[in-house]
Design a protein around this ligand. Structure first.
Ligand code: ASP
Length: 471
């Protein structure tokens, strides 16, 4: 729009006639005069329509909340007694000279000019594009962008390359249940949506990229909880020629900088972040993501800690598929390496319950916000991990041939980490769940209430895919 001025810049235009565009936030009809607040992505300004601009005032009487207007007006200083010092444009007022209605709006199902946290969440989800107009949601989504941008700039300076990995991937038993996508060209076969770019990022190390990162979408078909969604975002990274300290130090510095630069009102309880062994955490706190905050009422206190020295294997139970109950399964990641002093034990498959992995988890205020490890980059070690889990060499050679081939073709030692980015944002924004920092989340049953998805597809689509739905 030609000559449009953002609401935040009105203060630089006092005494001038300007054009603004945005939404009617609230309207107060006072007989001959109409007051209303206009909102754009940069903030609010109070507008007043006076009888001397008769045509504009007639229009101003018609307008309603959430109508979209192009508005011309004079930027005036408010009379002293009406000045508000604590809000944007509190000293200004726009005297309306012309109104052009760009779009009308029906009465919204909830108030846009109020915090929507108390509104029925199904309703918020159905009208997510309205919910996202509210001040709090705008703040959360824009701050999310700021953190992502900060991460990108930081890692770029550290010589990382941001690389996108495929979404149409392959089903591999990795811990959670896969979302699968039927292939039309190869009927009866399926892609899987990635649970994480774990294998791709390791293959990028084989590919000589050395330092990779990605804001990666991950999909897991799990039951939902307050800090889980079927699709979520990871800051995923992997580095070659590193040890555990390198990965932990880089991530710790990045987290500290994010907080200090973007959330200066927050206080990090302890720097360097304390490190707790899995054993101590379980003994002292009864879980492996302890909330170390000294004052849980202080909403600006951030207690980070690292949890290390996890056992590599545990006996499988009902909910940690894919291993059968009672068999050994990995606690975190089958691609992790054992700690150096247990490397021989791993290769010889002895002392299994005591083998410690190189896994490190990063915990914030009782939430696991990330985890990673130094990986096995030798085929024998990866085969030994699967052997301990009861998966024979031939089977692994068949399913993970590309990983083994890569490990036989000059793959450097490497390791990495992934952050649960939504969880981090939830905590930085003091929100009770990750849906508050996402644009179009699913409900507790995994449904998108706005688009009404998942949904049926046509007979034709099913036929093309060779799929019959069982009754
Ligand atoms: N891919 C792992 C995960 O999603 C993280 C990692 O080890 O880098 O949990």
């Amino acid at each position: 729009m030609k000559n449009r001025v953002y609401v935040k810049d009105l203060k630089d235009n006092v005494g001038k006639e300007v054009i603004i565009a945005g939404w009617v936030n609230i309207r107060r009809d006072q007989g001959k005069m109409v007051f209303f607040d206009m909102r754009d992505m940069t903030g609010l300004v109070q507008c007043v329509s006076l009888p001397n601009h008769a045509e504009a005032t007639e229009k101003a009487k018609e307008i309603r909340s959430e109508w979209v207007l192009k508005l011309t007006g004079l930027v005036n200083k408010r009379p002293d007694k009406n000045i508000k010092t604590d809000v944007l444009n509190g000293e200004l007022e726009l005297e309306v000279t012309n109104i052009e209605v760009l779009n009308k709006a029906e009465i919204t199902p909830f108030q846009i000019n109020e915090n929507s946290i108390g509104v029925n969440e199904d309703l918020r989800m159905k009208y997510k594009y309205l919910d996202l107009r509210t001040e709090r949601m705008q703040k959360n989504i824009r701050n999310r962008h700021k953190v992502v941008k900060f991460i990108r700039d930081y890692l770029d300076k550290e010589n990382f390359t941001e690389i996108e990995t495929p979404i149409l991937s392959k089903s591999t038993a990795e811990g959670a249940r896969d979302f699968i996508v039927p292939s039309r060209l190869d009927k009866g076969k399926f892609y899987a949506l990635p649970q994480a770019p774990q294998q791709y990022k390791q293959l990028l190390m084989a590919a000589g990229m050395e330092k990779y990162f990605q804001m990666a979408k991950c999909m897991r078909d799990e039951d939902l909880r307050c800090d889980r969604q079927p699709e979520f975002t990871q800051l995923d990274m992997e580095m070659s020629f590193v040890d555990r300290e390198d990965v932990m130090n880089l991530n710790e510095s990045l987290l500290i900088e994010i907080v200090q630069k973007l959330y200066p009102e927050k206080e990090i309880q302890e720097i360097p972040f304390p490190r707790i062994t899995y054993k101590d955490a379980m003994e002292k706190y009864g879980n492996d993501r302890p909330d170390l905050r000294k004052d849980k009422n202080n909403k600006n206190l951030l207690a980070f800690c690292w949890v290390i020295d996890f056992p590599f294997f545990e006996k499988a139970n009902n909910d940690n598929n894919p291993q059968a109950e009672g068999e050994w399964t990995f606690t975190h990641n089958p691609f992790s390496a054992a700690q150096p002093q247990f490397h021989e034990d791993l290769l010889n498959k002895r002392n299994i319950p005591n083998i410690l992995t190189n896994q490190y988890d990063i915990v914030l205020n009782g939430f696991e916000i990330g985890g990673g490890s130094i990986r096995n980059h030798e085929p024998e070690a990866l085969l030994a991990v699967y052997d301990i889990m009861g998966v024979k060499k031939e089977e692994v050679e068949k399913t993970l041939f590309y990983m083994l081939d890569a490990f036989r073709s000059g793959t450097p030692p490497h390791g990495g980490i992934a952050w649960g980015f939504d969880r981090l944002m939830m905590l930085l924004e003091n929100e009770p769940n990750i849906r508050e920092v996402m644009v179009f989340p699913k409900n507790g049953e995994g449904k998108d209430l706005m688009m009404n998805s998942p949904s049926l597809v046509s007979e034709k689509q099913l036929k093309e895919l060779g799929i019959k739905i069982g009754k």
